[in-house]
Write a protein that binds this ligand. Structure first.
Ligand SMILES: Cc1cc2nc3c(=O)[nH]c(=O)nc-3n(C[C@H](O)[C@H](O)[C@H](O)COP(=O)(O)OP(=O)(O)OC[C@H]3O[C@@H](n4cnc5c(N)ncnc54)[C@H](O)[C@@H]3O)c2cc1C
Length: 289
């Protein structure tokens, strides 16, 4: 027989934070990761050892706002809601369309994808290249933390038990002039966990690279990004010389260290990740802008 647990569903964020300050609870947003993580056998309800607190309905966590060029996305916006929203960048919508099937997209949230901190989380490569920041709130106040500092390893994040991630901030994302792509390689175009994920971001002025960023998913314990490698390309003129592309690919070859698992092999992942990088660096689409 299923064991009873205490579940809270408060009307507002303040009450929720107050409860989290009194009791260490399992936070449930859409529940699409939590329920899988705690499942036991078919027909048996998931076993969660703490009280649970639901946050998916809290209106404070479901807003999408523009603040000058920055985009603020409520942590509990579902994927389906974000797909419908005019302010969400096309690259992020493309990543969302590759996630699961519509039923999961109706429940799953952006905040949940971040806090679950899976190396294969599909929104993460993009959030890294957008230099995303997270706003966390507790009864003690709020703090803002960069996504790469927040995610510390598979399912490990820098969150105190009394904190909730309230929003994701994408700085300057509403500037028009960056070219951003997301690529996912899986068994199918959607409804499959990534074997490799890739996001590339490039801003060009008069054929010179002003800013460039890359992040790889599912090829290490967290997203692979290197500011030092990116810096090597800033100021270079497009199209890039073959030797420049080869150097960047060789640099990433050294730091991408995938593993074998049930979804793919380390060898395949490495080859695909480097091919995606090569493809991005030689993309004609943005070189003619
Ligand atoms: C069938 C299926 C297919 C899937 N396919 C994909 C896929 O293709 N790509 C992919 O990336 N993922 C996939 N997922 C995983 C999942 O749907 C996503 O990671 C989703 O974004 C999780 O969001 P959620 O709101 O359901 O998180 P939840 O399950 O509610 O929470 C996940 C974790 O984050 C914590 N948490 C959630 N929100 C907050 C918050 N605001 N503040 C603090 N902590 C919080 C929870 O306590 C928990 O530890 C799939 C899952 C299923 C079941």
């Amino acid at each position: 027989m299923a064991e009873k647990i205490t579940a809270y569903r408060f009307d507002c964020l303040e009450q929720t934070l107050s409860q989290l300050n009194k009791e260490d609870c399992a936070i449930i947003a859409g529940g699409t990761d939590v329920m899988v993580l705690h499942k036991s056998r078919r027909g048996v309800p998931p076993k969660i050892l703490k009280s649970v607190v639901f946050i998916d309905h809290l209106s404070e966590l479901k807003q999408v706002n523009q603040n000058q060029k920055d985009l603020h996305i409520g942590a509990c916006c579902t994927y389906s809601e974000l797909l419908e929203h005019a302010l969400i960048p096309v690259a992020l919508k493309n990543a969302i369309k590759s996630i699961a099937a519509p039923a999961i997209r109706n429940r799953g949230t952006l905040g949940g994808n971040i806090c679950n901190a899976s190396p294969a989380g599909d929104t993460l490569p993009l959030l890294y290249v957008y230099n995303a920041k997270l706003r966390l709130r507790s009864v003690n106040g709020e703090r803002i933390v960069a996504i790469n500092d927040f995610i510390q390893g598979p399912r490990r994040v820098q969150r105190d038990p009394n904190e909730i991630v309230t929003e994701i901030i994408l700085p300057s994302v509403l500037e028009e002039d960056a070219h951003v792509v997301f690529e996912k390689v899986g068994n199918r175009n959607a409804d499959a966990i990534a074997k490799v994920g890739f996001a590339g971001y490039i801003r060009i002025n008069d054929a010179r690279i002003e800013d460039v960023r890359f992040a790889f998913g599912a090829v290490g314990p967290t997203m692979v990004r290197s500011l030092n490698i990116e810096k090597k390309l800033v100021g270079k003129t497009l199209p890039l010389a073959d030797s420049d592309i080869a150097e960047i690919v060789a640099d990433f070859d050294k730091i991408i260290r995938p593993i074998d698992d049930q979804r793919s092999t380390a060898v395949y992942r490495k080859i695909v990740a480097l091919n995606l990088l090569r493809y991005f660096l030689s993309l004609k689409q943005y070189q003619t802008k």
